[in-house]
Design a protein around this ligand. Structure first.
Ligand SMILES: [Zn+2]
Length: 432
């Protein structure tokens, strides 16, 4: 884990938030490579969920919402963690994380630590809107992105041709006043989610059919990203583990360095959200079947994934060391740079010019890195560390034969490829 954290800092994946001011607990900034990786993950998700499907449309809702929406969804009341305080040093922890409690007690060696009784602590982050001091109204930064979709259910139905069953997909930031942020980016106070609310007929068999469908669909997707199967598992929630409105719930967990932990969930939410929003807003949230005229409140099967958590596990899973060199075996579609271009020698203008031309041409279709420092071995090493799957070297033979050496990150094998066919060669390798 320390090795992944240090690589992330050293190679520009993730920096601690506001670092020059001593940081701000629970915030992280994605650097030049990390922001590309994150964008690639979200783009892949969007393509898979929205672009390639006929039954899901997209949405991009506001972070600020009328506070009543959070009342309706139960967040002002029930979005809480149990908090306990160490009576010796007054640090606060979550009472439902016994490992953290034990580890904190060890930081006071030889002392018997007493804890306060657990208090409920609301995780919603407050903000104030308005321009007149003293008349500002209190709002919340959204604690999850689901509500923005639920309140737009009618707008989506009325403005598109969707018919049940259909889904609404969204990617966006959410904020939680986590008591103990930790495990690098895993538990942060600001994070991004990617979710689908999938609306279905309110029938038991239909509900379980779609619940099982989404479980498998999401597991298959994470495997397709290149995460090793043996590091993924389902964790079905027993009735007493589920949110009160959930009719069924499963997490997908990753075998993290600190133990199995969840990074996405599939939740059968029944009609909880639409029914509550109808109750609180008085708006009609029912669906009317265009063929039969039948009206009903649909059920919702939600898939909710943490972008940052998914990324962290992608990075941990891809990290490897071979013969003393660090290798990030990212899926080519996720890799920040798909290809790097090098002139064999930086002091030969004709090689540099030829390489620059190839670099500029490939940039039109791919994210491409350039390197002309040091020797070729060092350049390969630097690209392996950030997961660049292919490296192109322009040498003297290139000038004669109009072909280049392409070196594969994982096998270190090299082959000659004609310059004219490079783009389609790479496209085939990356996108299959
Ligand atoms: Zn203490």
């Amino acid at each position: 884990m320390e090795k992944v954290v240090s690589l992330c800092k050293r190679r520009g994946f993730v920096f601690p938030g506001s670092e020059i001011y001593g940081g701000l607990a629970g915030t992280w900034d994605y650097g030049p490579t990390g922001s590309l990786l994150k964008k690639n993950l979200k783009d892949w998700w969007w393509k898979d969920i929205v672009q390639l499907r006929d039954d899901i449309v997209g949405l991009d809702a506001a972070i600020f919402m009328n506070p009543k929406a959070w009342e309706a969804s139960g967040h002002t009341e029930a979005f809480t963690d149990p908090l306990v305080e160490c009576k010796s040093c007054h640090q606060r922890f979550r009472a439902d994380k016994p490992a953290e409690i034990t580890s904190h007690e060890k930081s006071h060696p030889g002392q018997k630590i007493e804890w306060t009784e657990p208090k409920t602590f609301n995780l919603l982050v407050k903000a104030y809107l308005g321009v007149v001091e003293g008349q500002k109204s209190e709002v919340f930064l959204r604690g999850e992105i689901t509500n923005g979709v639920q309140v737009n259910f009618k707008n989506v139905v009325d403005s598109t041709r969707v018919r049940i069953p259909f889904g609404v997909a969204q990617i966006g930031k959410a904020f939680r006043n986590e008591i103990t942020p930790g495990n690098f980016t895993f538990r942060s106070r600001e994070f991004e989610q990617m979710e689908v609310q999938f609306y279905i007929r309110p029938e038991e068999a239909e509900g379980m059919k779609w619940f099982e469908y989404w479980k498998q669909n999401r597991m298959d997707w994470y495997v397709s990203l290149g995460i090793r199967k043996e590091n993924l598992r389902f964790h079905d929630h027993a009735e007493n583990e589920r949110a009160h409105y959930a009719r069924a719930a499963t997490d997908i967990e990753y075998q993290a360095p600190w133990g199995w932990d969840e990074f996405m969930g599939i939740h059968h939410r029944g009609d909880w959200d639409l029914r509550r929003h109808q109750e609180f807003s008085k708006a009609d949230m029912q669906y009317r079947d265009p063929d039969t005229g039948e009206a009903y409140t649909p059920w919702d099967i939600e898939t909710s994934a943490g972008v940052d958590r998914s990324l962290l596990f992608v990075l941990i899973d891809a990290y490897s060391e071979e013969n003393g060199r660090v290798l990030l075996k990212l899926h080519p579609r996720l890799a920040p740079y798909k290809v790097a271009v090098f002139p064999l020698l930086a002091n030969k203008p004709n090689l540099v010019e030829k390489a620059r031309g190839i670099y500029q041409e490939l940039k039109k279709d791919f994210s491409v890195a350039w390197d002309d420092r040091g020797n070729i071995g060092k350049r390969y090493y630097a690209q392996d560390e950030i997961g660049t799957p292919y490296c192109i070297t322009v040498d003297f033979e290139t000038l004669e034969k109009q072909d280049v050496t392409v070196r594969d990150r994982d096998t270190a094998k090299q082959e000659r490829v004609p310059i004219a066919g490079l783009a389609s060669y790479l496209d085939q390798k990356i996108n299959g």
